[in-house]
Design a protein around this ligand. Sequence first.
Ligand code: HEC
Length: 485
Amino acid sequence: MDFPLFHLDYAGNRMLIAFIAVVHVIVNHPMAVGAMPLVTLMEWWGWRRGDVRWDELARRILFACFIITTTVGALTGVGIWLSASLANPYAIGSLIRVFFWGWFTEWIIFCLEVGFILFYFLTWKTWSGKRKLMHIRIGLALSIFSWLTMAIIVAILGFMMDTGAWLENPSLIDGVLNPIYLPQLAFRTPFAMALAGLFALFLIFFFTKNNRKLRHRAVRFVSLWTLAWTPIYLLGAWWYWKSIPPNMIDNIPVALATQAFESWHTLVAWFIVFAVTVIVLVALWGVLTPKHLPRVALIVPMILCVILVGYFERVREFIRKPYVIEKYMYANGILVQDYPLLARDGVLQHASYTPVREITEENKIEAGRAMFVIACTRCHTVEGLNGVVDKLSSRFGNEPWPHEAVKNFLAKMHNSLTFMPPVPGTEKELDALTAYMLMLQTKPEHLRGAQDIGVDVPVDAAQDSTKPKEEQNVWQAMIAELQSP
Ligand code: HEC
C-alpha cells in the first residue's frame, strides 16, 4: 500500500502481463533455449558429413532465431518485469529483495548470451575449415548460457508458487531451492527442446522449398529430435504435476476455463491430450516417412504449441491464487502477516495513497473506491475484463442489490472462492466497499489508475504523526512536488 496504483479498467493489469509473458515464452523457449542446442547439433552433423547445404540450412534457422530472440524476445523479457512492476510493485519489490543476486547473475548471463549469439552468427561463414570445431564450441557455450537464464528465472517462478522452507528461513538458497523449482525445470527444459524441433520443422518448410531431398532429411532429423525429447518432457510434466500442492490443484478448473465455463475444463484437458498426440504423431510420421508428410503437418504442430504454451502459463499464473508469493503475500500485494494489523486499524489508515482515512457518511463512496483500488484491482476491473459489476450481477441479479447480503458475501467469499484473498481491513471499510459496489450498479464508472489521475493523499498525510520529525519533512516535500503542476 506504499505505491500509487497503476490500473487498466478495460483489459485489466493481468492481461497486460499475460500478453507480454506468453509472447516471451513462445519466443524464448523454442527459439533460444531449445533452438541453440538443436542448431549446434545440426551444424556438427553437417560438418561431420561435409554437407554444405545442410550447414547453410542450420545457419538460416539460426538467423531466424537470432533476429526474433534479440528483438521480440529481449524486449518482452524486459517487458514482463516492467509490466509486473506496474501491476504489482509490492510483489516485485519482495522478489528483488529475495533474489537480488539471482537476478544480477541472470542479467550478466543474458548479456553474455547476446554476445555469444552475435559472435556465433557473425563468424559462421568465416570460421570454416579448421576453425569449424571451435565455432561449434561457441554454439555449445551459447546453448548453455541460454539455458542458464531460463534456469535462474524458473527458480523465481517456482518460489512464487511454493515458498517451501523459505518462510521459516528466509535466505536466497532456500528461495531458490523451493519444492517446485527442479520439477518445473525438469519439465521446461525438455519441453523447450521439443518446441525448438517444431519451430525448426516450421522453418524447414520455408527454407527448403527448392530442395526436396534436403527437406526430407531435415524433416527426419528434426522429427527425431522432437520425438526423443517427448518421453522426457512427459516425465518432467508428471513430476511437476506431483509437486503442485493440492490446494492449487483445486484451482485448476477455474484456471483452465474461468468460473462461467468451469465445467468445460475436461474439454480443455482433452484438447491438451489431443495437441500432444498430434505433435507426437506428426513427429513420428516425419521420422518414418518424411517424404509423405503433408505440408500443413509442418505448421499445425507449431500452432497447437502456441495455444498449449499460452494455456500452460495462464494456469501456472492462476493456480497460486489467492497469493502472488505463496503464503507470504496475497495477490493484492498485502502481506499475509499484516492482515490482523489492518483488521485492527483499517487499510486506509496504513495506505500511503488514499484520498480518505477516516470514513464518514459523506466520504463513504470515496473510501469504498479507495478500498476497491487497493484490495481488488490487482485482479478485477469495474467494467472491463473480470469486471466486478458483471460478477455481482451474475450473483445478485439485476434488481437493486441488497446491502447486507452483498456485504456478507464479500466478507466470506474467500472461503468458497478460494482463489480470492479475504477482504482486508475493518468492518467499516467493508461497509464502505459494499456501498461503492452498490453505487456502481446504478452509476457504473470507468475507474482510472494513478497513471491517469495522479495520486491522492489526505490532508493529514503531510503531518503524519506516526512518523519521526525528519521524515515528516521529506514526506511534505515529496507531496508538494507531486502536487505541483
Ligand atoms: C487474486 C485475484 C483476486 C482478487 C484480489 C479479488 N478477486 Fe474477486 N475474483 C477473482 C477471480 C479470478 C474470480 C472469478 C472469475 C471468473 O472466473 O468468473 C473472482 C470473482 C469475484 C466475484 C464473483 C463471485 C461469484 O459469485 O462468482 C466477485 C463478486 C468478486 N470477485 C469480488 C471481489 C472484490 C470485491 C474484491 C476485493 C475485495 C475481489 N474480488 C478481489 C479474483 C480476485
